[in-house]
Design a protein around this ligand. Structure first.
Ligand SMILES: [Zn+2]
Length: 679
């Protein structure tokens, strides 16, 4: 890796431990607080919990009538937490509103894409443009910050909860038009960028532009509109976050701030939102099955952790995870023995400095009353889940040395929200089956299975000067959209000696979703040394093959018909009218190489291809060992000591031979190995 190792400060200043805890709703238990709250604190300490997140969704408890605040209960619980050395992740309550606000000010209610206005209820049901909603948010956040600015329990601010959705009200329409006028110098420029001559959609005045709707302009006719609406929605959340944060920043400048993200949630470009956060946090709910399928589940969960870490390139927070069943999954399966500890250490292995849960104590009502919790309805420490949580608490307490450590990576895989929006809107190739995320995770998994630490980055990072210098290998599955500067940065990376891997469906459109002219992959044609003339979409039962080095690997779904120009063909299609034409190529350019995989393949091809590439490119693995399938190794380091996490996502006991040592892993087991870092 070509960048220095960095040791980061603990997330909560002055707390040099991995944080362990979860969402706690004492406001739901005010009637029995004399017994329940004290018991909760006792149980928290018993489970090795050193942080609790409070105040999420507590607006009605904090401001039961407009302008009348009730902070007494929060004072009491924060005092109790401070006395017991439990750090408070204190939330602003804006994830859900009290009913008085919706009744007095209907403008705060969201309007849907079909232009229907919501009733009061649910959560995330606010118009982010509404001046009233913004004013009420400032008032409650200011009151919270002023009251608790010097409270010894306050460690971190948690803004709202899981931002999401969009609003199409008249206020938001106006704001969208203002936003567009910052993006385009003139209406002519917008019309050209959005190719509005198609189907007579040319706009004659800014006031004619409306947000996308099923009943009007949308992804059917103006792709640029839909794309820009998603960018606008992202900017709305960034702007609202900054609005919500302003009083906290002014009154408690030393208390870090975050909001909890949701992996690859499609509605917000998290790379953009993360720029506004002090620390990134996210909510992870892998769909564990207790079977061999968990190897794939584990790879995807690791991908999401690596993506979350890469948003800011430093330790993050696992803000929510389930200690047992996840109530909103169609099958709320229990964690098998070992799985809770495994998923918790997995997050730490990939750069989390916290393991937190939704939820600490199960509520008695509402949709989440059967979601896994540290404290069950039974109410004591006698449950299996409580013991699992206490085991995690004990293990985390032994890992203070991991706090703030780095996660160096030689490899970066690209995941890009803007690209995804455009790719999923396009009408061609495979509608509804392009599966961009699945393609990215499949390439990622080939590194994960080898124990190769990997970053997950987007076009904004690729295009930032010098960013790619740290990597040896850059992999960009389905790099359909090339935003400004991306092709140039990738070409420079290859010329300097980097290894680049691209696939079918690369270099089709620009940042406005207009196709490139002059042959795909557009601005990457010279870098890859190929011309992609056509792309063949296959029915689900259709198969072709990539014949490479004596093996015929299955090809399916999308097969691109390419010409090797300066590239050297390495593999060829096995059948159909394009049998024998190149399907795998390498272009030697400058000091580096650019590979092109022309079709979607199975995991077997990716495992063999990346197995060779890792060796050829001199990529570092966490362990110099052959890892059994479904077992990964990841490393965190302070520059002197490496902490190697070896994680078994299979229901079988396995052993790993590394450096003359045998590491035995139970079913869904783990090991953390410390070793001096090779200099
Ligand atoms: Zn609105």
């Amino acid at each position: 890796m070509n960048r220095p190792i960095v040791r980061h400060a603990p997330i909560v200043p002055g707390v040099p431990h991995l944080l362990h805890g979860g969402d706690y709703n004492p406001d739901q238990w005010r009637a029995s607080k004399e017994t329940t709250w004290k018991e909760d604190v006792r149980l928290a300490r018993l489970a090795g919990i050193n942080t609790l997140s409070v105040g999420i969704f507590a607006w009605a408890a904090l401001e039961p009538e407009e302008g009348r605040y009730e902070f007494g209960w929060l004072d009491e619980i924060l005092d109790l937490m401070a006395e017991n050395e439990i750090t408070a992740v204190l939330a602003t309550p804006t994830g859900a509103r009290p009913g008085w606000m919706s009744r007095a000010y209907p403008e705060v209610l969201r309007v849907n894409r079909d232009r229907t206005k919501n009733r009061h209820g649910g959560r995330h049901n606010h118009c982010l443009t509404s001046p009233v909603y913004r004013e009420k948010t400032t008032a409650i956040n200011t009151a919270l910050a002023e009251r608790y600015r010097d409270h010894p329990a306050l460690g971190l601010w948690h803004l709202s909860n899981e931002y999401g959705g969009e609003c199409h009200c008249d206020l938001c329409q106006e704001r969208f038009r203002e936003y567009l006028q910052t993006r385009f110098a003139s209406l002519d420029e917008l019309n050209e960028a959005w190719w509005t001559a198609f189907w007579a959609k040319t706009y004659g005045d800014w006031s004619h532009i409306e947000s996308p709707s099923e009943h009007g302009h949308g992804e059917q006719d103006i792709h640029g509109l839909q794309l820009e609406w998603m960018r606008f929605t992202t900017e709305q959340f960034v702007d609202f976050y900054e609005h919500e944060t302003a009083p906290l920043k002014a009154i408690t400048p030393d208390v870090p701030r975050t909001t909890n993200l949701m992996g690859t949630y499609p509605g917000i470009d998290y790379f953009r939102l993360a720029q506004a956060l002090d620390v990134v946090s996210w909510d992870s709910y892998p769909e564990w099955t207790g079977t061999e399928k968990d190897a794939a589940k584990g790879a995807r969960a690791s991908f999401l952790h690596d993506l979350t870490r890469s948003l800011k390139g430093k330790p993050f927070m696992l803000m929510e995870s389930s200690p047992s069943a996840t109530n909103w999954r169609p099958v709320a399966k229990l964690h098998r023995p070992g799985v809770h500890l495994l998923q918790s250490l997995q997050a730490v292995a990939h750069g989390s400095d916290t393991v937190q849960y939704f939820q600490f104590r199960k509520g008695r009502g509402g949709s989440e009353k059967f979601h896994g919790a540290v404290v069950d309805h039974e109410g004591t420490e006698r449950t299996r889940v409580f013991q699992d949580v206490a085991e995690v608490g004990a293990r985390l307490a032994e890992l203070d040395g991991v706090v703030g450590t780095d996660t160096p990576a030689d490899v970066a895989v690209v995941y890009d929200w803007h690209l995804r929006w455009a790719l999923e809107d396009q009408k061609g190739m495979l509608q509804g089956r392009t599966d961009y995320e699945g393609a990215v995770v499949a390439h990622y998994r080939a590194f994960w299975e080898q124990g190769v630490p990997t970053d997950v980055i987007d076009s904004s990072l690729i295009a930032s000067p010098g960013y790619l210098d740290r990597y040896k290998v850059l992999v960009a599955p389905m790099l359909y959209m090339l935003r400004p500067g991306v092709a140039e940065a990738i070409d420079a990376f290859v010329q300097r000696g980097g290894t680049f891997v691209a696939t079918y469906a690369t270099g089709y459109v620009d940042e406005h979703d207009r196709t490139f002219l002059g042959g795909f992959p557009g601005p990457l044609r010279e870098t890859l040394g190929i011309w992609a003339e056509e792309i063949d979409a296959l029915y689900p039962e259709d198969r072709n093959a990539i014949e490479w080095d004596g093996t015929a690997y299955e090809a399916r779904e999308l097969c691109e018909l390419i010409h090797a120009e300066t590239a050297e063909p390495l593999g060829a299609y096995g059948s159909d009218f394009y049998a024998g034409r190149p399907a795998l190529t390498v272009n030697r350019r400058g000091e580096g190489r650019a590979y092109f995989i022309a079709a979607r393949t199975g995991d077997d091809f990716l495992a063999d291809f990346y197995g060779r590439l890792v060796a050829e490119a001199g990529v570092e693995r966490a362990l110099d060992a052959d890892l059994p399938a479904g077992v990964t190794a990841q490393v965190r380091t302070d520059g002197t000591t490496d902490f190697v996490f070896v994680l078994n996502f299979t229901p079988a006991a396995v052993t790993v031979e590394a450096g003359g040592e045998t590491i035995a892993l139970a079913p869904f087991g783990n090991a953390v190995v410390e070793r001096p870092r090779a200099q």
